[in-house]
Design a protein around this ligand. Structure first.
Ligand code: GLA
Length: 393
């Protein structure tokens, strides 16, 4: 994205030049879906699509925020003296919540600012535009007001923001992937103990194609919270006999031997997904390390099947894209990413087959669903950073 466009956009809205420019990525998840709130492993990475912000200091207590992606909401004005959630602040509640949490934690934001935001993450596509903006705000405040907050603490505040300020019961994966992202590396995070390792994503002659269903998914309205509480119920039933804190602690065999304790069709399937997906993630990472891309791809496919049949979070749009991808030449594997119910899927595709892939999958999707899908090549990127003005990123 041309950073001059962002700076010019700031000028158009605020009639002055910006002081600083920042970028924060979105994320994809290679494997390990709906495991982060079950004490399991995830394997996400940050991507080069994300959110840009031009920042300007003010000498009062006012914060003005404008998003080029949502121009209808206009400039949203809030005061440092009243940072409580306010429905009418719309999208600006995401950055506002971060300012609130940071000040609540005792850090001093001693003057207001103007913020101009423009992103190239498709909105509501499950690539974590909300985590992107949260970590963007956190990192801007950290930089400008020299707060010295650890990146991991900003990540945790991002999740707190979702859970307590916005009101979505999401896990930590999105904020973690965005905040801790490293170029060409995915992060294996064990959400049970918050231990993490970087692993290079070496796919030989393959690239990761992001496939957007263009079916908007609204996380707060979706079945996300329901899935979470179903897993909690299953866990509680297992805990009547087992001394475990999360589903992520169970091996496949342990789950098998104890699933009679759950004894409910839906709850068993939900818990089975959480347990199997966690074990699948660990296996997939081993395959990737051993450069066994074929078996890695098979586990990627298995993840989608489990999300479809056991977790039931895919839907016709995601299934159509993924099943069409499986039929194409040069595809190692494909699956949905993120919460599901629309949004995006990924496919691991041989470089010189990508054009055909897009054409064929796009055609099948258009014919079955009635509107077009979009395709992007994922570049695995660093976490949030300042872009020095005058120096192109
Ligand atoms: C959403 C949530 C994450 C995670 C995924 C599913 O993206 O924000 O915490 O639970 O869904 O893996």
């Amino acid at each position: 994205m041309d950073t001059n466009t962002i700076l010019q956009g700031y000028k158009n809205i605020f009639n002055e030049s910006a002081d600083k420019l920042f970028f924060s990525p979105g994320r994809i998840n290679l494997i390990g879906e709906h495991t982060d709130y079950n004490g399991g492993n995830v394997f996400p990475c940050a991507i080069s699509l994300g959110t840009y912000a031009a920042f300007g200091n003010r000498d009062d207590q006012t914060i003005k925020m404008y998003s080029e992606n949502l121009p209808d909401t206009g400039v949203i004005t809030v005061s440092l003296d009243d940072l409580k959630y306010n429905k009418s602040d719309d999208w600006a509640n995401y950055p506002k919540g971060m300012i609130y949490l940071i000040t609540q934690a005792g850090y001093k934001i001693n003057h207001g600012f103007n913020l101009y935001i423009q992103g190239n993450l498709p909105d509501g596509a499950g690539l974590s535009s909300s985590a992107s903006i949260e970590l963007l705000m956190g990192n801007i405040l950290n930089d400008v007001f020299k707060l010295g907050i650890d990146q991991l603490d900003l990540v945790k505040m991002g999740q707190q923001n979702e859970n307590n300020y916005i009101g979505v019961n999401s896990g930590i994966m999105d904020e973690f992937a965005v905040g801790m992202g490293k170029k060409n590396q995915a992060i294996l995070l064990d959400t049970n103990i918050m231990e993490y390792h970087y692993a290079p994503v070496e796919l030989g002659n393959h690239v990761i194609v992001i496939m957007n269903t263009n079916k908007h998914r609204a996380l707060a309205d979706s079945k996300y919270n329901e899935r979470r509480s179903q897993c909690e119920k299953a866990l509680a039933l297992l805990q009547t006999k087992l001394n475990i804190k999360s589903l992520g602690q169970l091996s496949i065999d342990e789950f098998d031997r104890n699933s009679y304790l759950i004894n409910d069709d839906t709850l068993i399937r939900r818990a089975r997904h959480a347990v199997f997906e966690n074990q699948r993630t660990l296996k997939a990472i081993k395959y990737l390390k051993d450069n066994d891309l074929v078996n890695f791809g098979k586990l990627v496919n298995a993840s989608h099947i489990s999300l479809h049949y056991d977790y039931e979070v895919t839907g016709i749009e995601l299934d159509t894209l993924v099943e069409a991808a499986w039929q194409q030449d040069g595809v190692l594997g494909a699956r949905m990413v993120g919460a599901g119910f629309g949004g995006c899927a990924i496919a691991f595709v041989e470089k010189d087959k990508v054009e055909n892939f897009k054409l064929n999958v796009g055609k099948i999707y258009q014919e079955k669903i009635g509107y077009a899908a979009d395709f992007y090549i994922a570049e695995i990127s660093d976490g949030p950073s300042e872009i020095k003005i005058g120096v192109e990123k």
